[in-house]
Design a protein around this ligand. Sequence first.
Ligand SMILES: C[S@@+](CC[C@H](N)C(=O)[O-])C[C@H]1O[C@@H](n2cnc3c(N)ncnc32)[C@H](O)[C@@H]1O
Length: 369
Amino acid sequence: MAATRHPRAKGPSPGSGAASLPEPVFHDPKHHITIYQGDCLELLPRLPEESVDLIFADPPYFLSNDGITCHAGKMVSVNKGEWDKSQGPEVNHEFNRAWLAACQRVLKPNGTLWVSGTSHVIHSVGFALQQLGYKLLNDITWVKPNPPPNLSCRYFTHATETIIWAAKSRKSRHTFHYKLMRELAGGRQMKSVWEIAPPEPAEKRFGKHPTQKPLALLERILLASSNEGDLVLDPFLGSGTTALAAMRLVRAVLGIEADAALAGLALARLAGETCAVLVAVCAFGAGLDLRACFVDRSGRARTLKMPLEPKLVHRECKYFFVGRDEREVIYSVAAQTLEDAWESFRNSRHRNVPVFSVIKTETEIYLAQ
Ligand SMILES: C[S@@+](CC[C@H](N)C(=O)[O-])C[C@H]1O[C@@H](n2cnc3c(N)ncnc32)[C@H](O)[C@@H]1O
């Protein structure tokens, strides 16, 4: 298949210049989205040197120490997963140094890197950046407007995370869209304190990640320090927030995530972003209220029988196959299950067209009897 590159995408086309890389779990050459499932320490050295414009990294926090915190008014464990367990300060620091060195190698000379973290990890990250000769540009304090209360009442409520912004080296001439940031800050210089709410429920509609970042945070980072067509890398992709922000802002993106289920969640979020299904209901000569709602104004309790019991008269389940290279519906079929729909797709003349997502719609028509 012929891969057209974004006109301003100067980064590598994964799979071409990087022969030793494994098959990505997702690769969309037209929109320059590539996701690998694996360990970033193994995969980063296999990417071409000086090929990436911007890196956002949200590494393990090393805070999963069996403590407790408060979530939605309930006491819950702080543990995020096996990947977040501390190995002790020295081993944690060696890990941070290793992935930061691997990131520095793939950054272009003027490229920059953003790393977010809590106090458990961010000091080690800052020290490693200094050890490696990065140039520290800013440390952003991300303020969470409604942080969970501190249950022990022995500390201040943890209400911030730090995001360090650093350039590849002291010689780097980094990108900063000063005017745009000033505009977003209401005409004043944007400060390094950002108040941004945690992810909206809609950002979690495909599933939850315990440390998911808000899309608004990633969009600001990308707008501030990259251009359309730049290649953005996230070595700890998680639920894919960076990939989603990059896709929305027309940046190429390469993500690495160790956990297969989370890589799947990132893909679901990307696919969800590309489709909006509008459902319109037309009723002719009848109201849309299927059950007439009577109000008893007599003051006496009375049971009113619904005179209009609606009856299901038609049910249909359709599957729409969306193409990967050209974002359009390439095939649709009415089927009972997704497996049946795939079977039908495989028997169609479209079977060799790469599919990005499959959208299922269910229609049920009820009529009052
Ligand atoms: C803090 S979370 C990132 C959350 C992400 N920013 C988001 O918005 O969803 C870190 C992620 O890194 C993954 N991870 C941990 N170690 C890794 C490694 N060595 N290579 C690649 N991914 C790793 C974890 O599975 C986890 O999903």
